[in-house]
Design a protein around this ligand. Structure first.
Ligand code: SF4
Length: 140
């Protein structure tokens, strides 16, 4: 943890000194919360939700983002087991025509298996690709 904190501090310094953007790829939401201004959540090789760190943590709008956040250990809660996301990730060589998260999604609808969901705005600067997000419209 000490090395990680030093590394993140160094990244911040380099970013500020060089005036560059840094793209960090991680599964660690603690790091995201500590260092990121914006977050892009990816599933099966595509961005499924993107927004400011505050927007995504405060109002996760894609079921996969919500599932990821539920998996975080919470030292204040006395859970017997960590929550996990059931099922398996899809075969990237054989992606379905619909939403690749559908077999694992508790909010799955018939349209989810028929077409990949559009990317719709949730708020200014915050988007999600999901048929369950208000505003997502089925193809005519
Ligand atoms: S598009 Fe459907 S299956 Fe995919 S995440 Fe949204 S609700 Fe779930």
């Amino acid at each position: 943890m000490t090395i990680q904190a030093q590394y993140l501090e160094l990244l911040r310094e380099v970013q500020a000194t060089a005036g560059v953007a840094v793209i960090l790829v991680t599964h660690d939401f603690g790091i995201v919360a500590a260092i990121a201004d914006r977050v892009a959540v990816m599933y099966a090789g595509r961005i499924v939700e993107m927004g400011s760190t505050l927007q995504v943590f405060d109002n996760p709008s894609h079921p996969y983002t919500r599932a990821l956040l539920r998996c975080l250990p919470d030292v204040g809660l006395k859970r017997e087991q960590l929550v996990e996301i059931g099922g398996q990730p899809p075969d990237l060589a054989q992606l379905p025509q619909g939403c690749p998260f559908a077999p694992r999604c508790p909010e799955r609808q018939p349209i989810c298996d028929e077409a990949y969901p559009p990317t719709v705005p949730v708020a200014s600067g915050h988007v999600a690709s999901c048929w369950a997000v208000p505003g997502a419209k089925a193809p005519a």
